[in-house]
Structure formats: structure tokens, C-alpha cells
Design a protein around this ligand. Structure first.
Ligand code: AMP
Ligand code: TRP
Length: 329
């Protein structure tokens, strides 16, 4: 039986944080042995908000190097940059012509980022269509992402079904692939908000490239509560629950088991141990990042990725152009 295809992407905006790692990248690595994986650095999504061109080029390579540093293997997975495969933009336009203003207006990410303003970028509005194009081009079965992207997978399914109905069976209908624990890591300073790349307070997140000292500061400062009991209770104890979730993701241990271990202990102990656990995992990632980021191999991997991705993308586009009624030459 043919392996199932997996597709996912990360925006090269700011530094990759623990939420990205636990919700997405860790899954990417785990899937690459059993599935046919395609992992993208979605720079075209990043320009839906203002970017400094020089900085964008740097962060694109940073994310590529981080992909490798966390364990993605270019022999197993296709790793490439979205803008180097123009078929993404092409399919995005065709899907745009089959999408509705209403369904796009209901996307919570647009509502959050666009804030209902008249000057909200049109790219922010059509963002989910480009994401659908990414996924559908490769006929992916599974899309590993954090749960903030669930709604975007839903609209991808709707767009795929609509196209298949109108033009005949073309696209695979993809499924969201989430994880049980850690699909939504919360901000350390405010556990009611998700950890994000753009929050102002640097202690709200831990970037994979943060120094051990920064990790320590951010965890020790993390918001908890005054009860002093370590247990999982998202409603009343979101801060402690978030720390337990991060702990569980890094150790692959069940939360119940961790809670048992800390019976009678205080938050200080939990935090101290967590700092060590995180640093133990991040130190080799940081080291590998430095090596990969400065290696000549990096560009070769991305070129090879572009070739392999283009081949699949062009095959799908030939079919799509034909179905839509564009002439053949
Ligand atoms: P982005 O930084 O928006 O490109 O996100 C890259 C990946 O990380 C996506 O799969 C997101 O769903 C995931 N992600 C982002 N923030 C979080 C978070 N706080 N918790 C879990 N997953 C997240
Ligand atoms: N929208 C995703 C995010 O912000 C990134 C993304 C773009 C993506 N295209 C994708 C994720 C395709 C999965 C599949 O996290």
C-alpha cells in the first residue's frame, strides 16, 4: 500500500517557539518514518503582514535550519520554501474564484488579525485559500498543525469538496492531525492567550534558540496561581496546567504521572525541574541549528526540495488547468 501523504508548513516570522515545536514540529518529525511527508516554509503567508525583505530572507533560512535541527531528514521528507514553487500562487487564484466572502469572513484568525478594519490587508483575508492550495497541491491526507489551524483545515476541506463537485474528482480531502496533549500551548505570562510569535513580552514565550538563562527566567516568571497545589485544571489553574503540558510534551510522560510525582511539592520545584528538562532538549537543537544554518548544504537541501515539490505540484496543476478549461499548449 502506498504511504499516506502529509503536508504542513510554518511561517518564517520571528523565532519558532515551544508552541510551534510541541504543536507542530515534533509531530512532523514523528510522522516522517511512516508517511510521505512534505514540509514547507510558508514565506508567502508571512507577507500577509508587513515584513522587512532582508529579515524575511534570514528568517526563512533560520526556519529551514531549525527544521533540520529538530530532526527533519531531507532524505525522508521534502523540505522546501513555498515561494520557490509558483504553483502555490496559481492554485490559490483558482480556488479564490471558487471561495465565498462569507466563509472567509468567518475565519477567527482574520477576525483577530484584521480587527474589522477597512485597511486590513486583502492577503490576510484570502490567507486560508493559499493555505488550502498548499495542502491540495500535494493531495495530502493529513495535516499536522496546532489546534489554532483547525478552522483553516475545515475550509480547505470545503474548498476541495466544492472543486471536486464542480469539476470532477481531483483533490484528496485532508484531515486535521492534532495531538492529545499540547495542541495549544498557552502564553507563559498570560495562560488565557496562546503562545505566539508576536506578543510583546518576550517572557510570554520560549524560543527554541533562547539561551538557557532566558529559558530559566521565562519559566520562573511564568504566571501560576495562589493555591499552591500541582494538578491539571485548565479552568481554575491554566498557568500550572500549561506548565504540566509542556513538561509532559518534553518528557513523553503522562500528566497524571507527573502530578503524582509532585504531590506535596511547590511550584518552585516544578518550575526548576522544567527549566532543566527544557534546556536539556533545547541545547542539542541550538547546537545543530548553528551547524545547519552556516552550512552550504542548507541551500542544496532547499533546491532539492523545490525540485521534488515542483514535480508533484506541476502534476496536480496540469490536471487542474485542464479541468477548469484553460487551453493546453
Ligand atoms: P505559525 O507560527 O503560525 O506558522 O505556526 C506554525 C505551527 O505551530 C502551526 O501548526 C500552528 O498551529 C502551531 N502553533 C502555533 N502556536 C501554537 C501554540 N501556542 N500551541 C500549539 N501549536 C501552535
Ligand atoms: N497557517 C499556518 C500557520 O500559521 C501555516 C500554514 C500555511 C500551513 N500553509 C499551511 C500549515 C499548510 C499547514 C498546511 O500556522
Amino acid at each position: 500500500m502506498e504511504k499516506k501523504r502529509v503536508f504542513s508548513g510554518v511561517q518564517p516570522t520571528g523565532n519558532i517557539h515551544l508552541g510551534n515545536y510541541i504543536g507542530a514540529l515534533k509531530q512532523f518529525v514523528n510522522l516522517q518514518d511512516e508517511m510521505d511527508c512534505v514540509y514547507c516554509i510558508v514565506d508567502m503567508h508571512s507577507i500577509t503582514v508587513p515584513q522587512d525583505p532582508k529579515q524575511l530572507r534570514e528568517t526563512t533560512l533560520d526556519v529551514a535550519a531549525l527544521y533540520l535541527a529538530v530532526g527533519l531528514d531531507p532524505k525522508k521528507s521534502i523540505i522546501f520554501v513555498q515561494s520557490t514553487v509558483p504553483q502555490h500562487a496559481e492554485l490559490s487564484w483558482i480556488l479564490t474564484c471558487n471561495a465565498y466572502m462569507g466563509e472567509l469572513g468567518r475565519m477567527t484568525q482574520f477576525k483577530d488579525k484584521g480587527k474589522g478594519s477597512d485597511s486590513a490587508g486583502a492577503g490576510l483575508f484570502t490567507y486560508p485559500i493559499l493555505m488550502a492550495a498548499d495542502i491540495l497541491l500535494y493531495k495530502a491526507h493529513l495535516v499536522p498543525v496546532g489546534n489554532d489551524q483547525k478552522q483553516h483545515i475545515e475550509i480547505t476541506r470545503d474548498l476541495a469538496n466544492r472543486f471536486n463537485h464542480k469539476y470532477g474528482d481531483t483533490f484528496v480531502i485532508p484531515d486535521y492531525k492534532g495531538i492529545e496533549v499540547g495542541a495549544r500551548i498557552m502564553a507563559l505570562d498570560d495562560p488565557l492567550k496562546k503562545m505566539s510569535k508576536s506578543a510583546e513580552n518576550i517572557h510570554s514565550r520560549i524560543s527554541l534558540l533562547d539561551s538557557p538563562d532566558k529559558v530559566k527566567k521565562s519559566i520562573m516568571k511564568a504566571t501560576t496561581d495562589s493555591e499552591g497545589v500541582i494538578r491539571l485544571d485548565w479552568e481554575n489553574k491554566p498557568g500550572v496546567s500549561n506548565l504540566l503540558t509542556i513538561y509532559s510534551a518534553f518528557t513523553d510522560r503522562k500528566i497524571d504521572d507527573i502530578v503524582g510525582q509532585y504531590e506535596g511539592a511547590g511550584y518552585g520545584q516544578l518550575k526548576k525541574d522544567l527549566v532543566e528538562i527544557i534546556n536539556e532538549s533545547l541545547t542539542p537543537i541550538r547546537k545543530a541549528f548553528e551547524e545547519k544554518r552556516n552550512s552550504e548544504e542548507l541551500m542544496d537541501i532547499l533546491k532539492d526540495g523545490r525540485e521534488r515539490a515542483s514535480e508533484i505540484a506541476e502534476q496536480t496543476m496540469k490536471e487542474v488547468r485542464d479541468k477548469v478549461g484553460f487551453i493546453r499548449m
